[in-house]
Ligand binder design. Structure first.
Ligand code: PBG
Length: 322
């Protein structure tokens, strides 16, 4: 077989749109998308500083949000609550209440749009008055005591109807504890998408504004989120989460960590997701060229992602004709 010019001309396969589509190695579909949605206790949509048009929705708007997702072909909504400040405390007591905002939001979507999957975060940052994902003792997030609260949080969310739980807290051993508790309650099909490789990144700013944790976050999350210097550790973390029963693993943030995504997919060969996080979305919007969204999503697919969480999910699905 010759690979020599001029017998071989690579530009032939780029001649027209139909040929390009025919030979395309990767593609993005609405089926690949998870749409993160912020929920507020109030009656009105509220704007989020620095988040380029992403808003918090009141509960009453969730049926229409879910309907838009279904009509656009987006299979999953990931819900995040902005809990009233007065309800946050050092034990994250709201997190484990079956009538809290996130549980009501989950039930609302499942009630009105049962075919749209709902994903819910398992972590305490939306519920603590210090903004950390776990319980603090002497300024340190304590692992095993936090897991006990996370397990109870996971159960109330699953019982409210969450289809997928996303432990994003980064405590050691939480996936196994959550899986065990779900199974003990007969919730054998509640899926776990583990935030396995979640880095201590500067890209979470608009998200922390959205859930109201940035104003009171004390210090940083470096004692539990991964060090951006490491990649072997990320593969190890994903493997450990799989051993504990994770159904899917996630890498977060997205575009700056495509090497991690690629390695995890290559080495572990399991359903692998990327979180195109709030700071990345803000950068993309600040740049302002609409074509960049689909190009970014394609980059995730090329690196090996089975799906992507992105604030641009609806926009992308619509651009794709969904
Ligand atoms: C909470 C959580 C965070 C994100 C998702 N779940 C923030 C954090 O870890 O501080 C970030 C998502 C984004 O920036 O879009 N544990």
């Amino acid at each position: 077989m010759t690979r020599r010019y001029p017998v071989t001309r690579l530009r032939r396969n780029r001649s027209d749109d139909a040929t390009r589509r025919l030979v395309a190695e990767n593609n993005v579909s609405p089926d690949d998308l998870i749409w993160p949605i912020f929920v507020t206790e109030g009656d009105e949509q509220t704007a989020i500083e620095g988040f380029h048009g992403v808003v918090r929705y009141p509960l009453k708007d969730l049926p229409s949000v879910a309907k838009q997702a279904r009509q656009a072909g987006i299979p999953v909504l990931a819900l995040f609550p902005d809990i009233n400040l007065a309800l946050r405390d050092d034990t994250a007591s709201q997190a484990t209440r079956p009538d809290n905002l996130i549980c009501r939001a989950i039930a609302c979507v499942k009630d009105r749009e049962p075919d749209v999957l709902v994903m819910a975060d398992v972590a305490l940052d939306c519920y603590t008055n210090h903004g950390h994902d776990g319980l603090l003792r002497d300024g340190y997030v304590i692992n095993d005591e936090t897991i006990e609260v996370l397990v109870r949080q996971a159960l109330v969310q699953a019982q409210a109807g969450a289809d997928i739980l996303g432990p994003s807290d980064m405590m050691d051993g939480r996936v196994g504890a959550i899986r065990q508790a779900l199974d003990d309650q007969g919730l054998i099909n509640t899926r776990i998408m583990a935030y396995s490789a979640k880095y201590a990144s500067a890209l979470y700013g608009p998200f922390r504004q959205a859930v109201g944790s940035s104003a009171h976050l004390v210090g940083d999350k470096k004692t539990y989120q991964l060090d951006p210097a490491n990649s072997n550790e990320a593969v190890r973390a994903a493997a450990m989460d799989l051993d504990q029963g994770a159904d899917m693993v996630m890498i977060k943030p997205g575009l700056l960590y495509l090497d991690i995504l690629y390695r995890i997919k290559q080495e572990l060969r399991v359903p692998t997701f990327a979180y195109h996080v709030s700071g990345e979305y803000a950068m993309l919007k600040a740049y302002g060229d609409d074509r960049l969204l689909l190009e970014s999503l394609l980059a995730f697919k090329r690196a090996g992602a089975d799906g992507i969480l992105t604030y641009g999910a609806l926009e992308a699905a619509r651009q794709l004709g969904g």
